[in-house]
Design a protein around this ligand. Structure first.
Ligand code: 0RA
Length: 688
C-alpha cells in the first residue's frame, strides 16, 4: 500500500503535477488511502479541505458498513474481531510478538492484547497535533501495514484496517506500551475522545491492547459476540502459526450451557498437522498417514505449511486455505499450486510404477474430491481479489506452493508404495464415478430440455415414457378443445393444428423448416426429422391423426400422412402411425344410440341394430361439434374406438412413393391424369 503517513514510500509515487487529471476526482471510499493529488508539492501537507474530508472521515464506513465488512450481521460482527487479531498476528508472524490475549467480558467488550512493538505514538508529521496512533485509528486504510518495509509478511493489507473497527464501535480504547512508556487514547464511533495520554512508565511490558465494543446503532441492540465462535477463531490462529501462544478468556456468565471453557491456552507447535489430526479424528482414511509438511523461510516470506488426508467414508472433502493466517475461502493461486502438485505428483508416480494409463482421465478434482486439505502460506504484500477479497491473487504463491508440496509428495509416495497404490486406485475410482455421473446428468438434462421445448399448444400426457402413450393430432382448436376434455390425461396427448398444413411433397426445405405447424409437430414427437430420425427418441407409442370425417379432414389427413412418409418413413415402418375414425352420423331411436363412420356403416346399422326402423339421424359437421363424452366413446377410448393403422407393405414401397409423388407432388398434370383415370368413381366423391 502506498500510504505515506510515515513518509516511507513517497519516492515511489509519481509527482503530483504528473498525475493525470482523472486522479483528482473525488476518491471512492475504498480508494481513500491514496494520497490526495489535488494540491501541494510532494512531501508537504498541502491538502485542501475536501481531500481531508475524504482522507480523514470514517463517516463512509458508518454510512455503508457493508462495503467494508460485508454487512452488519453476525458474520460482519465477528469480522471486527478478525480485523483486530489479524493486526496482532502480523506482529507475531513478523517475529515481534510471542503471545496474544483474547478476552470477552460480561459487558460485551472484547480485548485483544499482544506483546508486539506497539502502535507508533509519536506526533504525525503530516497531521500536526495528532499522534500516529490517532491517524491510524481514524484514517481509512491507514490501519497499519502501509509500509511493507516495516512488515515482513502482512495479512492486514487484506484487512480493511483497524480504523473500520474503530468507526463501528461505540467505545474503543487503545493502550500502547512502547519505549517503557504506557499510552492510552479513547475513541467513539471513529472520533478521538481526546488527545493521546501518557499513563506512566512501564518496565516489562510492550505491545498493543485494543478494547472495543461494537456499536448497537450499526449491529442492532441484540448483537453479541458468540464466545464459541471467538474461541474457534482464536484457536485456529494458533494452529496456523505455531510460533504464537494465544490466551483465551471469557466471562463465565456468557458461557452457561456452552461447551467453551472460560480460560484456555492455545499453542500448537505441531501446526496444521495437529489441527488436521483433531479434525478428522475417528474418520476412515484411504491411507492412514496424513501428508503434511512445512517450509520455514527466514523473514517469513515464502513459508508454508500443509496437511492433507483422504477421507474414505464417501464424504466430500474440504480445503481450508490461508494467507498470513487469514482465511481464503475462495481459494486462489496457493490452492491452485496445491492441486497441481498433487495431481502431477500422483500422475508421475503412476507412470513410474507403470500405471499411467489408468491415471489418464484423472483430474485434480478427482484427487481433491474426498480430500481434507489445509494450506497456509505466508507471503509479503499478498494481493487478494474477488468481491469479498477472499481469494489470493499473488501469482508467485502458486509456484511456491507447487514446488514445495510436489517435493514433499514425491517423497511421501516413494516412501510407502502401498499407500501410493491405494491412493491411485482411489482417485481412479473417483474419476470413473465422475464420468458416470456426467453421463447420467446428460441423459436427464436431455429429457429436461426436451420437455422444456415442447410446443405450447401441446396438451401432453403425464406418463413419462413413450410406452403406451398416444398423441392425437387434431384439426383445429375447437376439436382440440373437445379432444383435451375427452382424453385420458395419463397416456393421451393432444396437439391441435390449425387449418391445412404445408404440403411437404412440393415444399422446399426452407419452407419446411419455417413452417410453425410442422415445427410444433416435430417438437412434440421428439424424434427428429429426415436422416436425424431416432425411433428411440419418439415420445409416443401411437401417433393418431384425428380429422373430421369430411373432404377437408381427408385432405388434412393425407397431408399429414405425406409428411410422415416423406420425413419419417421409419415411424410408419415401425407401426406408430394411425388414423382415427370419428363418426359421421349419430343414430338414435327409443333410447338406443349408435354412431356410423360413413353411409355404408349407417345403412348397415339401420338394418341390423334398428331392424329397418327409421332412427333419428344426425350428421356431425366436425369433431368440434361433438360432446367430449361422445368423442371419447366413439373415437378416443381404446375400448370402443376403431383405428386404422398406416402400413406400407415392403413390396409396395416404390408404388407408394410413386402415388404420393403423383398425388401430392409439384406436377399438377400428373394429378390431373390420376383424376381422369378414375373419373368413373367420381360419383362416390360427390356424395360425400
Ligand atoms: C504500525 C506500525 C508498526 C506497528 C503497528 C502499526 C502495530 C499495529 C498493531 C495493531 C495491533 N497490534 C499492533 N502492533 C503493531 C511498526 C512500528 C515500529 O516500527 O516499531
Amino acid at each position: 500500500m502506498d500510504n505515506d503517513l510515515f513518509g516511507g514510500s513517497e519516492a515511489e509515487k509519481p509527482k503530483a503535477a504528473e498525475r493525470p487529471a482523472s486522479a483528482r476526482a473525488p476518491a471512492p471510499p475504498k480508494a481513500a488511502s491514496k494520497p490526495p493529488a489535488s494540491a501541494g508539492t510532494p512531501g508537504e501537507a498541502g491538502y485542501n479541505a475536501s481531500d481531508i474530508e475524504v482522507l480523514e472521515g470514517l463517516e463512509p464506513v458508518r454510512r455503508r458498513p457493508g462495503m467494508y465488512i460485508g454487512g452488519t450481521d453476525e458474520k460482519a460482527l465477528h469480522h471486527l474481531f478478525a480485523e483486530v487479531i489479524d493486526n496482532s498476528m502480523d506482529e507475531a508472524v513478523a517475529g515481534h510478538a510471542s503471545f496474544i490475549e483474547v478476552e470477552l467480558d460480561e459487558g460485551g467488550f472484547l480485548t485483544v492484547t499482544d506483546n508486539g512493538r506497539g502502535i507508533p505514538v509519536d506526533p504525525h508529521p503530516k497531521f500536526p497535533g495528532k499522534s500516529a496512533l490517532e491517524v491510524i485509528m481514524t484514517t481509512l486504510h491507514a490501519g497499519g501495514k502501509f509500509d511493507s518495509k516495516v512488515y515482513e509478511t502482512s495479512g492486514g493489507l487484506h484487512g480493511v484496517g483497524i480504523s473500520v473497527v474503530n468507526a463501528l464501535s461505540d467505545v474503543l480504547e487503545v493502550e500502547v506500551a512502547r519505549g517503557q512508556t504506557l499510552y492510552r487514547q479513547c475513541f467513539s464511533r471513529g472520533h478521538a475522545q481526546g488527545a493521546i495520554e501518557t499513563l506512566g512508565r512501564v518496565q516489562n511490558r510492550r505491545g498493543t491492547r485494543v478494547r472495543f465494543h461494537p456499536d448497537a446503532q450499526i449491529f442492532g441492540a441484540g448483537a453479541r459476540f458468540d464466545p464459541a465462535r471467538l474461541f474457534r477463531m482464536s484457536r485456529s490462529k494458533a494452529y496456523l502459526f505455531g510460533g504464537v501462544e494465544i490466551r483465551w478468556k471469557c466471562a463465565p456468565a456468557l458461557l452457561e450451557g456452552r461447551d467453551v471453557p472460560p480460560e484456555a491456552l492455545f499453542r500448537f507447535p505441531g501446526g496444521l498437522k495437529d489441527y488436521m489430526a483433531r479434525d478428522i479424528e475417528g474418520k476412515d482414511l484411504v491411507v492412514d498417514n496424513i501428508f503434511s509438511g512445512k517450509i520455514q523461510k527466514t523473514g517469513g516470506h515464502g513459508s508454508l505449511e500443509w496437511a492433507i488426508a483422504w477421507l474414505a467414508t464417501g464424504e466430500d472433502g474440504f480445503s481450508s486455505s490461508y494467507c498470513n493466517t487469514i482465511p481464503t475461502p475462495e481459494g486462489g493461486t496457493h490452492e491452485q499450486g496445491l492441486r497441481v502438485a498433487l495431481l502431477r505428483g500422483l500422475r508421475d508416480h503412476a507412470e513410474r510404477i507403470g500405471q499411467s494409463k489408468r491415471m489418464a482421465s484423472v483430474t485434480s478434482d478427482d484427487v481433491m474430491a474426498t480430500c481434507a486439505a489445509m494450506l497456509s502460506v505466508f507471503i509479503r504484500e499478498p494481493e487478494f481479489q474477488g468481491q469479498t477479497k477472499d481469494k489470493l491473487a499473488t501469482l508467485e504463491a502458486a509456484r511456491i506452493v507447487e514446488n514445495a508440496v510436489r517435493d514433499g509428495f514425491d517423497h511421501w509416495l516413494a516412501a510407502s508404495p502401498q499407500q501410493a497404490g491405494r491412493l491411485i486406485d482411489w482417485t481412479v475410482d473417483r474419476a470413473e464415478e465422475r464420468l458416470r455421473r456426467r453421463l447420467d446428468k446428460e441423459v436427464s438434462r436431455k429429457t429436461a430440455t426436451r420437455k422444456l421445448r415442447l410446443p405450447g399448444k401441446l396438451a401432453d400426457c403425464s406418463n413419462a415414457g413413450a410406452a403406451g402413450s398416444e398423441l392425437f393430432i387434431v384439426e383445429g382448436d375447437s376439436a382440440g378443445g373437445s379432444a383435451k376434455q375427452a382424453r385420458n390425461r395419463a397416456n393421451q396427448a393432444v396437439l391441435p393444428l390449425r387449418g391445412k398444413i404445408l404440403n411437404v411433397a412440393n415444399a422446399t426445405r426452407d419452407k419446411l423448416s419455417a413452417n410453425q405447424q410442422l415445427q410444433d409437430l416435430a417438437l412434440a414427437l421428439g424424434c427428429g426429422l429426415g436422416s436425424h430420425y431416432r425411433d428411440d427418441e419418439l415420445r409416443y407409442d401411437k401417433i393418431i391423426i384425428m380429422t373430421d370425417a369430411d373432404v377437408d379432414g381427408a385432405h388434412i389427413a393425407s397431408l399429414l400422412v405425406t409428411f410422415f412418409w416423406r420425413q419419417m418413413p421409419k415411424l410408419i415402418d415401425k407401426g406408430h402411425l394411425y388414423l382415427a375414425i370419428p363418426p359421421l352420423y349419430k343414430l338414435s331411436l327409443g333410447g338406443k344410440t349408435a354412431y356410423a363412420r360413413d353411409d355404408a356403416h349407417r345403412d348397415e346399422l339401420i338394418a341390423s341394430l334398428f331392424k329397418g326402423k327409421k332412427p333419428e339421424i344426425g350428421r356431425f359437421k366436425g369433431l368440434g361439434e361433438m360432446m367430449p363424452a361422445q368423442l371419447k366413446e366413439t373415437t378416443m377410448d381404446p375400448k370402443a374406438r376403431t383405428l386404422l393403422k398406416v402400413v406400407v407393405e415392403h413390396d409396395a414401397r416404390e408404388e407408394t412413393a410413386d402415388t404420393v409423388e403423383r398425388l401430392m407432388g409439384n406436377k399438377p398434370e400428373a394429378r390431373f391424369l390420376f383424376i381422369q383415370e378414375r373419373a368413373a368413381f367420381a360419383g362416390d366423391l360427390v356424395d360425400i
